[in-house]
Ligand binder design. Structure first.
Ligand code: AMP
Length: 242
């Protein structure tokens, strides 16, 4: 059965980094809708160029465009082993469309991870974030007191601030997140495959927590109707998970 993961959380929560790592380690397709749009802008694709104005203001691109992009990717053969979605869904309409696509694929349930980081920490991270102008990879944040890297570790490209990471746009993106995307937590919270991860820890600890909760959600998701395995009595008289 495929491993179908949604990495949720506000901008700056580290979703992209974790989604990339998890997808690489498990042989899954990582789909970052922000990256797809930025690549489209670099390639001068009309749909992406139309989206650019909204992105530069920190606003959301329309649901129909985003759903069409994701549907096309998810139906490709390389999505067969599963996927990690980063930056999608961002609205309830997108989440409903994703449920329909997953039902159509008929290849494993959705596992939802919400990566939580306090707002003050998000603002700090976004202000210092650099990406490679050439390949779009996020640069590793500089260790405290150390100078920031000058070039991309992957391709040697120049590191720059993302156009939408300046203080004004960050404020708008966090507002949009609160208004449009946070209600998705309510949409997913009741599902047995919904998990929360503390994103305000060292990257390796976040990675470990994520791996654990995703593997656990996958087991729960694989049981009929996603119900947890029955609890059985053990010799000591205490109850344990079967
Ligand atoms: P990200 O790299 O995920 O922070 O996305 C950058 C920008 O791309 C966002 O601020 C939006 O303008 C746009 N975008 C990316 N994904 C979506 C989505 N699922 N729905 C609407 N807009 C999106």
């Amino acid at each position: 059965m495929a491993l179908n993961v949604i990495m949720m959380g506000p901008p700056g929560a580290g979703k992209g980094t974790q989604a990339g790592r998890f997808a690489r380690e498990r042989g899954l397709l990582k789909i970052s809708t922000g990256d797809i749009l930025r690549e489209g802008i670099n390639a001068q694709l009309p749909v992406a160029l139309k989206a650019k104005e909204l992105m530069d203001r920190g606003e959301l691109v329309d649901d129909a465009t985003m759903i069409a992009i994701v549907r096309e990717r998810l139906m490709r053969p390389d999505a067969q082993p599963g996927f990690v979605l980063d930056g999608f869904p961002r609205t309830v309409a997108q989440a409903e469309a994703l449920d329909r696509i997953v039902a159509e694929r008929n290849n494993g349930p959705l596992l939802i991870v919400d990566v939580r980081v306090p707002q003050r920490e998000l603002v700090r991270r976004l202000a210092g974030r650099l990406i490679c102008k050439k390949c779009g990879t996020n640069a590793e944040p500089a260790k405290e007191g150390a100078p920031a890297a000058a070039a991309c570790a992957k391709c040697g490209g120049r590191l720059v601030q993302r156009a939408d990471d300046n203080a004004q746009v960050v404020k708008e993106r966090l507002k949009v997140y609160e208004r449009a995307t946070k209600p998705l937590v309510e949409f997913y919270r009741g599902r047995p495959t919904f998990r929360i991860v503390n994103g305000a820890q060292a990257q390796e600890r976040v990675a470990h927590e994520l791996d654990t909760v995703i593997d656990d959600a996958a087991v729960v998701g694989a049981t009929p109707q996603g119900t947890p395995a029955p609890v059985k009595a053990v010799a000591s008289g205490k109850a344990a998970q079967a």
